[in-house]
Design a protein around this ligand. Structure first.
Ligand SMILES: [Zn+2]
Ligand SMILES: [Zn+2]
Length: 134
């Protein structure tokens, strides 16, 4: 178990994988219920009006949408911005373009860090085996 600062309110808490302090998790759960109730009625079409109706911060609603925690409506899908470029999307966290780009980026990042580690190991090896009594 590790102590961490809650990214939302800054409180120190024991992070057991949730990534948020218990108070903020409770706040999220309450927000999810409230938003889903409004969404079920099908009267809101965007994040701003959902925020207006529920009194919940847009920032929090967006985070929940990006986590996929809010109801998706087939009849009138709620539009919200892609977490990367801001293009309107109706599901997931990124638009299809960004999802593809980010997938590629994370893949090449992975190989870069592997190469760096290999280089670091090689350096370690050479400096260790470099004899002083030459
Ligand atoms: Zn918190
Ligand atoms: Zn995007």
């Amino acid at each position: 178990m590790a102590l961490a600062n809650c990214p939302d309110c800054g409180a120190l808490f024991v992070d057991n994988g949730a990534g948020l302090c218990p108070a903020c998790i409770a706040k999220e759960e309450a927000a999810i219920q409230q938003c889903n109730e409004v969404l079920r009625e099908g009267e809101v079409a965007d994040v701003a009006s959902l925020a207006n109706k529920t009194g919940i911060e847009e920032r929090l609603i967006l985070r929940l949408l990006h986590k996929g925690r809010l109801l998706a409506q087939s009849s009138a899908p709620l539009q919200y911005p892609c977490a990367n470029c801001g293009k309107p999307i109706t599901q997931g966290k990124w638009c299809s373009t960004c999802a593809q780009k980010l997938q590629l980026a994370s893949r090449s990042q992975g190989t870069a860090s592997t190469q760096a580690r290999r280089r670091a190991n090689a350096f370690h090896f050479y400096s260790k085996s470099d004899p002083d009594d030459r």
